[in-house]
Design a protein around this ligand. Structure first.
Ligand code: Q9C
Ligand code: ZN
Length: 353
């Protein structure tokens, strides 16, 4: 299988995040992608390709151009304001409760703040998402990784794996968050839909609900989003990911959330996966974009499922058994000692080896 990788992710050099206000060592660190790269290299069954530049157009096809400009300008603007920090995190967000009782047009018409502190909240979801000097360049490169994997698959490969970092599925049209800046999987799905004119399915197997991907395609009939994730009643992103969220308008019925309990076993996971795959196969299309997370692993520091390395081979096998072409994009997974073998197991599974 072809693997798309670039060392450009190293510039997103994150050391700390905040958890309930306290600075803690970051989970989403550069070492994650290096561990995966090394494991795939030593396996020997993977061919590495560098991403090609795809420009800004495919990004603004799903994201607000204002988000792109903010991410580009945030670091230099902070320098100009003499905010002497090694990383930037918002502390004030425009929660919908701020506008309770006021007309929707008032909230919608508020201007983007001028200061970096205000803009971080304006374009952000949560405080676990540090932005550093190299974040924008790395996030742009992760999009190019995803789009290069799309090119490979539309060019005839049965499957391609994009080692995206930073991840993407929490980033919505006008919002970064959850370690994500641009929604790599959504940008990939949009590019596939535009190029092929076919319907596209996104299968999100990261431990967390992909709120950003859901939001981007909420009213779209041509992109089906299905996600297996921790019940938002107990877990991040907390405010989206329930089973009753099925899409609206032309996208009605094209969003399927399968929230799961803590302690989820391999067998229970595979049962949910079969439901997701059945829903995909009930729809037309020849390509599945996979948002691949390993924070479902039993030892993950921020997850609470009980999956084992063995199940990932089975998951890969079952996804490949759909006979659709696969654009597989890396999302989360934070237990570094098993990240390499879990990725190898999953990808080998799709190849039946
Ligand atoms: N104490 C992805 O897996 N909250 N993002 C973490 C940890 C944010 C996860 C709190 C989790 C985001 C791509
Ligand atoms: Zn996750």
């Amino acid at each position: 299988m072809q693997v798309v990788y670039t060392a450009a992710h190293l510039a997103h050099d994150v050391r700390h995040e905040t958890y309930l206000g306290e600075p803690i060592p970051a989970h989403e660190v550069a070492e994650r992608a290096e561990i995966i790269r090394t494991a795939l290299e030593s396996d020997g069954g993977f061919d590495f390709t560098a991403p090609t530049e795809h420009g800004e157009r495919p990004i603004t096809a799903v994201h607000d151009p204002g988000l792109v400009r903010f991410l580009e300008e945030a670091w230099p603007a902070a320098q100009q304001e003499q905010l002497d920090r090694s990383f930037l995190v918002a502390d004030t967000y425009p929660t919908f409760r701020m506008f309770e009782g006021m007309s929707a047009s008032l909230a919608a018409g508020q201007p983007e703040p001028l200061s970096v502190a205000g803009r971080l909240g304006w374009w952000g979801l949560d405080t676990s998402n540090p932005l550093v000097e190299g974040t924008y360049g790395a996030a742009r490169a992760a999009v190019d990784v995803a789009l290069t994997a799309v090119d490979l698959v539309l060019g005839g490969e049965r499957a391609a794996y994009g080692l995206c970092r930073p991840p993407g599925h929490h980033a919505a049209r006008s919002m970064a968050g959850g370690y994500c800046f641009f929604n790599n999987a959504a940008i990939a799905a949009e590019a596939i839909a535009r190029t092929t004119g076919e319907r596209v399915a996104i299968l999100d197997v990261d431990y967390h609900h992909g709120n950003g991907t859901q939001q981007i395609f909420w009213r779209r009939p041509d992109v089906f989003y299905v996600s297996i994730h921790a019940d938002p009643a107990r877990q991040y992103p907390f405010f989206l990911g329930y089973a009753h969220e099925t899409g609206e308008g032309p996208g009605s019925g094209e969003n399927l959330n399968l929230p799961q309990p803590a302690g989820l076993s391999d067998d229970a996971y595979l049962a949910a996966l079969d439901r997701a795959l059945e829903a995909i196969l009930a729809r037309p299309g020849s390509v599945i974009v996979v948002s691949l997370g390993f924070d479902t692993y039993g030892r993950d520091p921020i997850g609470d499922f009980a999956l084992t390395t063995d199940v990932y081979r089975d998951v890969g096998r079952r996804v490949a058994a759909t006979d659709r072409r696969l654009v597989i994009l890396q999302e989360g997974g934070y237990y570094r000692p098993a990240l390499g073998e879990n990725t190898v197991a999953w990808l080998r599974g799709t190849e039946g080896r």
